[in-house]
Design a protein around this ligand. Sequence first.
Ligand code: ADP
Ligand code: MG
Length: 397
Amino acid sequence: MAFSKKTVKDIDVDGKRVLVRVDFNVPLDHGNVADDTRIKAAIPTIQYLVDHGAKVILMSHLGRPKGDGPEPELSLKPAADKLRELTGLDVTFVEDTYGEKAKEAAESLKPGQVLVLENVRFDKREKKNDPEIAKKLADLGDLFVLDAFGTAHRAQGSVVGPAAYLPAVAGFLLEKEVDTLTSIFADPKRPFVAIVGGSKVSSKIGVLDHLLDSVDTLIIGGGMAYTFFLAKGYTVGTSLIEPDWVEAAKDMMKKAEKNGVNLLLPVDNVVADHFGEDATGTVVPSNEIPDDMMGMDIGPKTEKLYADAIKDAATIFWNGPMGVFEFDQFSKGTKAVAEAIAQNENCTSIIGGGDSVSAINKFGLADKMSWISTGGGASMELVEGKDLPGVEALENA
Ligand code: ADP
Ligand code: MG
């Protein structure tokens, strides 16, 4: 499925004020940008607009402000500084979003200049998708570009609002993310292997359900495996479980059988007597988890089983760590999966989700993956087969 919306390439931006919703929701450390991945990801669109004579106005949220006015520690100024440092472009920042100061700054822009507005969420009305603020934002520009993939699943003022008033198109990041995360379902090269881990079945049920319609092999790891074990009739000691989701896990196992999907569950596990950095791991088979122990990671036999399936894959989708990777002694399973993907050089590997991406970065394997999504929630919604409100609001190609 090709991307069906217009992009910046389909419109004339020369001399126009182009209002761009980016995702500059970056972690800050003492007023500095601690991880500039999201800023870097927005640069191709910004640079394209600058190169084509646009006056660029950037807006984003950062963190979770209360919405009652400015909170200096959540200002976008550090992001603006970082963008200037990374690109060498003429980037200015205005300490205003919806008011006169923002309007004046936008109106005095010259072609090739970039203006960063203050955090859109300093005003409550942003999250409520209030038409009044959408209008105020739209008044700043001639054209609207959505490139904030990370918030494209939220129908909020700056994400969908300006599209009601201005010609609205996608930026390159949004296009690439949507294209990548939907095309794997449209026509995947086979075998298509998906790996799903993380803490809970409940948060991944839509993902599992949709994957079971497409994949050849579905690999389960992480905390959610224990709810599947309950569904198989195993006892799981003090492992993380969701009793209300045992039936759903049974349904997933039935669906896998019906669709001819090879569903792989851990055959052995690293267990510990408590959850903590100082806990010691022991390996036990999946049907022999002691009553007073909890599963913290997949075991070595499972690592091998999963690596074998990954080795032959032509398409891989991965979301969710295999264990409590934040503690080194329980990060081996996640690392083994990451390494197996990295070693399969003939596959398209797509990684979605916040913690899986952190894990891959921690292991230094990011550049071995074909695509690492910049959006946690938005990527999950695409993998669930949902449409994103931000994308829906754009003009069709
Ligand atoms: P992602 O952000 O990649 O979608 P999740 O948020 O679903 O992943 O899950 C990540 C969390 O799952 C991590 O914090 C990890 O510690 C936790 N987790 C993984 N395995 C287990 C386990 N066996 N028991 C408890 N928590 C686990
Ligand atoms: Mg997470």
